[in-house]
Structure formats: structure tokens, C-alpha cells
Design a protein around this ligand. Structure first.
Ligand code: URA
Length: 230
């Protein structure tokens, strides 16, 4: 990985901060001065001001996001963030985003390449939502949601839609546009009352209560990697 990413992973600085350290000549790799384009591997001896550092271990967390939390690493207004909910000494950041009042499955990780691919539309990771809406959508509405509705950034791709109750539907999407579910339901005249993501890339909340999280098992991480071709 690039030297700045390695330093960021080790918790030395942000990537930009790491670039400054590198430019200042404070970083060495196997005894030679590190440059912005230096690539390093686990076995390399990386030092900052002569002090050896080691990359932090990779961490993958599944959070059952509660209502009222912001999906960001730091909120300038000081509101509670999903990152505040996840303890432990290795910092993780959210993969994609859920609205403040959306609950359910949210992954957080410091695994940059995996996170990038999971969030990238090209890999079409499946997200399943249980949606409570205003009114009682008829079969025509369910069909429109499934076939695609026109939004201001273009029509939505075909989705799997299932009725869960008179005012509840399940939507399985492979896109991940901003506020997509809320906008789709607005477009068909049944605004969202409650929104929960029940599955992300095949992972559910299981026994986690809102606000609780767990570390992913090794085979779960392996399955995620396989899913996005890593
Ligand atoms: N779609 C939305 O509208 N909101 C979310 O939080 C997730 C998907």
C-alpha cells in the first residue's frame, strides 16, 4: 500500500497529514527516505522520526444503527455519530451512509479497498430495506417500485419488492443513491414513516439491539471480499 495509507492505518496521522510528514523527510522505509510515491508492505521497516511503527490490524464491524445518529466520522455540529457508538482502539469509518433516522445494518471498517468496492455502484451490493409508509400502496405502486420510478437523477433500476403488510413493503436494491428509498416512496405518493435496513451484502443485524455492534467473523469478511472480487 502507499506510504501515506500505511501511516494513516497505523494511526500516525490522516493521509494528508502523512503526506506532510513524508514531504518533511521525517519518514524512512528500510533506512531510506520515504517519498510520496513509495509503496510499502507489511514486512517493511517504516519509521517516523526514527521511531518504528506498525500498521493497525484490519477491523470490520457491523452496527445496528439506532435512529438519530449521523453517518459520518465527525459531525461539525457535535451531534452523535455512528463512529461514537463503536468502541475499541482501532478506529473504523462507515461504508456508505444511512440517513439520520434510518436504522439497521451499517458496516464500519478501516479496510479501505474493501470499503471502496462495497460502496461503489459498479459492484451492485444488495441492500434490503423494510419500509413503513403513509397510506396503503396498491399493487400498481408495488409494480412501479419494482420496475423503476423516475427520480430527479434518473430512473431507478429494477428492484425486488415484497409486501410485508398493508403499509409495509420490503425493497431490495442494488443501487445506493442518496436517500433513494425515501425518494422512491415520495415519487409514488407514499412517503416513508420508518426505514430500517435489514440486510447489507447478505448480513443482517441478528440479535444486535439498536446501538449494539459486533466484529465480523473471518469467514464473513472473506465472503464480502469474494463478493466484490478482492
Ligand atoms: N435510502 C434512504 O432513503 N435512506 C437511507 O438511509 C438508506 C436508503
Amino acid at each position: 500500500m502507499r506510504l501515506n495509507a500505511y501511516l494513516a492505518r497505523a494511526g500516525v496521522a490522516s493521509r494528508r497529514g502523512a503526506d506532510e510528514l513524508i514531504k518533511a523527510g521525517r519518514v524512512t522505509v528500510n533506512g531510506a527516505r520515504g517519498e510520496l510515491n513509495t509503496f510499502v508492505e507489511r514486512a517493511d521497516d517504516v519509521r517516523v522520526d526514527g521511531r518504528a511503527i506498525a500498521p493497525q490490524r484490519l477491523r470490520h464491524v457491523l452496527l445496528n444503527k439506532p435512529r438519530g445518529t449521523i453517518t459520518t466520522a465527525r459531525d461539525p455540529e457535535g451531534r452523535p455519530t455512528v463512529v461514537d457508538l463503536v468502541g475499541g482502539d482501532v478506529r473504523v469509518v462507515p461504508v456508505g451512509r444511512l440517513d439520520r433516522d434510518t436504522t439497521g445494518v451499517l458496516l464500519l471498517t478501516n479496510d479501505g479497498p474493501l470499503s471502496h468496492r462495497l460502496a461503489h455502484p459498479r459492484y451492485e451490493v444488495e441492500k434490503v430495506y423494510a419500509v413503513e409508509v403513509e397510506g396503503e400502496p396498491g399493487d400498481d405502486v408495488v409494480r412501479r417500485l419494482a420496475e423503476g420510478v423516475e427520480l430527479d437523477d434518473g430512473p431507478t433500476a429494477p428492484a425486488r419488492v415484497r409486501r410485508l403488510g398493508p403499509s409495509r413493503v420490503e425493497l431490495a436494491l442494488h443501487e445506493g443513491r442518496n436517500r433513494q428509498v425515501r425518494r422512491m416512496l415520495d415519487a409514488v405518493g407514499h412517503p416513508v414513516v420508518k426505514l430500517r435496513r435489514t440486510r447489507y451484502a447478505g448480513l443482517g443485524t441478528g440479535r444486535l439491539r439498536p446501538g449494539e455492534y459486533r466484529e465480523l467473523a473471518r469467514d464473513e469478511v472473506r465472503a464480502l471480499r469474494r463478493l466484490v472480487g478482492l
